[in-house]
Design a protein around this ligand. Sequence first.
Ligand SMILES: O=C[C@H](O)COP(=O)(O)O
Length: 270
Amino acid sequence: MAKGAPARGSAGSGRRTLVAGNWKMNLNHLEAIALVQKVAFDLKPAELEKVEVVFLPPFTDLRSVQTLVDGDKLAVGYGGQDLSPHGSGAYTGDISGTMLSRLGCSYVVVGHSERRTYHHEDDALVASKVLAAYKHGITPILCVGEHEDVRAAGNHVEHVLTQLEGSLAGVSAEQAATLVVAYEPVWAIGTGRTASAQDAQDMCSAVRGQLSKLFGDSVASGIRVLYGGSVKAANAAELFTMPDVDGGLVGGASLVAEEFVGIVRASPAA
Ligand SMILES: O=C[C@H](O)COP(=O)(O)O
């Protein structure tokens, strides 16, 4: 039984399943066009209505993806993998929320474990990025998750909930209503070691419980909580059927059209 509140289950919850493909630092703009075309043309309009499909390419591919999605009126979304906490100015290498928004991005990943690890992003910085996303009308996909040693020590729930609260500092209930959270155990990312469906459910439920404390039950019940970490077509159905798992943030498997389509089709909503 789900521990989070309220435990209504993804299928009957009114939360639309979201499957987002995080390409990380892969694919040039030509490969990007080919992949989006293949996925979007393979999926039927009815499937795309039931499951929200989002592409998260590198910044350098965004313009190509935008042109394709707009030109062919594809029923898919797209977004960035990170954004600057700053609005504009002398921040070499940064990409602002305004820039993403002008490229038609509706989502942005914030606080991915790879940025927390390789770029030393802490919860305070992540929170400022979440706020920057909201300022520009972009929905943040906030990533949280524990390293293997934390889970082995039995501190994973506390760790993730602390990370969640810290990364949402300054966010209002009104803003949180559109939030997406992705629970990604770091030990499952790119390793082929997927969390069990029950472990994913337990953490996503705990995340929803914490969101309830922060923003109230009615806001928390509408927030989509995704699972990420070695999601594949073969394990997606089991994961996405869990009541508090509202879809997936997919890395490696999102680079292969057939596999990504298989993940979307594995959703009980599709
Ligand atoms: O953002 C996506 C996650 O890091 C999962 O990556 P993965 O599906 O390659 O394990």
